[in-house]
Design a protein around this ligand. Structure first.
Ligand SMILES: NC(=O)c1ccc[n+]([C@@H]2O[C@H](COP(=O)([O-])OP(=O)(O)OC[C@H]3O[C@@H](n4cnc5c(N)ncnc54)[C@H](OP(=O)(O)O)[C@@H]3O)[C@@H](O)[C@H]2O)c1
Length: 212
């Protein structure tokens, strides 16, 4: 698949490396493509471009920017370039404020997630929440003594979720589909929970698993 990843940070790079490992073509989107020149030179099959060209390139688009600027980045990507495509939303609505006893602050509330805001502003993109509730070093084929971790996903479009399931499977995770876009109200705060042991005890090597 052609994957357009909006972002230039650790999350964008970790996902890009995963897509490349599994044989996909990758473009990374940023306001400043030159800053990725070293990374791109070291990762055959990748290149960097503007947000708009990246979204245009992708059959699948990934949103991997700072939560506070997610809308801005998607506006730069262009609504038309998202239309009809799965948009994997890895962002979290973390506010620009320090954690309190290890708990980060969100700029959303429990009745409205960031992904709902994005889905409303870009109705033609098929948003699927994924990869938001684990550290980026575990995105691709993680090895845990407890077995395969669970990736919680949600989104309104079934066929987009099917595509994302395939990717999650390839990346060595099991998928738990939590339903429509409103479920992001529950999935986004999982990042808050994931971060607490890190901030409190410097423990960063865990992931969630749904037992049945
Ligand atoms: N860190 C993790 O392990 C982890 C795990 C799961 C989910 N997440 C979530 O994934 C997202 C990305 O995290 P990250 O740590 O890789 O990167 P980040 O530092 O949160 O964000 C960097 C990205 O934000 C973009 N950006 C910043 N200001 C912008 C603006 N005004 N307009 C447009 N774009 C702007 C940057 O674009 P330029 O390239 O143009 O500067 C860059 O691509 C976040 O929402 C985070 O909560 C993080």
């Amino acid at each position: 698949m052609k994957v357009g990843i909006l972002g230039s940070g650790d999350v964008a790079k970790a996902l890009a490396a995963g897509f490349l490992k599994h044989g996909h073509d990758v473009v990374l989107g940023t306001r400043d493509p030159a800053k990725l020149s070293d990374w791109v030179a070291q990762h055959r099959g990748s290149r960097a471009a503007s947000f708009a060209d990246t979204a245009k390139f992708g059959e699948v688009v990934v949103l991997a920017v700072k939560g506070t600027v997610a809308t801005e980045a998607l506006r730069a990507a262009g609504a038309a370039n998202l239309a009809g495509k799965p948009v994997i939303d890895a962002t979290n609505p973390i506010a620009d404020a320090p954690p309190v006893n290890g708990v980060v602050k969100f700029f959303t509330n429990l009745d409205e997630s960031l992904m709902e805001r994005l889905q409303r502003e870009f109705p033609k993109g098929h948003f699927v929440k994924a990869f938001n509730s684990v550290g980026n070093s575990f995105f691709v084929n993680p090895q845990f003594a407890g077995g395969k971790p669970t990736m919680f996903i949600c989104g309104n479009d079934e066929s987009a979720k099917q595509t994302v399931r395939g990717i999650i499977d390839q990346f060595g995770w099991e998928t738990a589909d939590m339903g429509k876009v409103e479920a992001a109200r529950a999935i986004e705060p999982l990042c808050m929970l994931w971060l607490i042991p890190g901030f409190l005890r410097n423990e960063w090597t865990h992931a969630f698993k749904l037992l049945r």
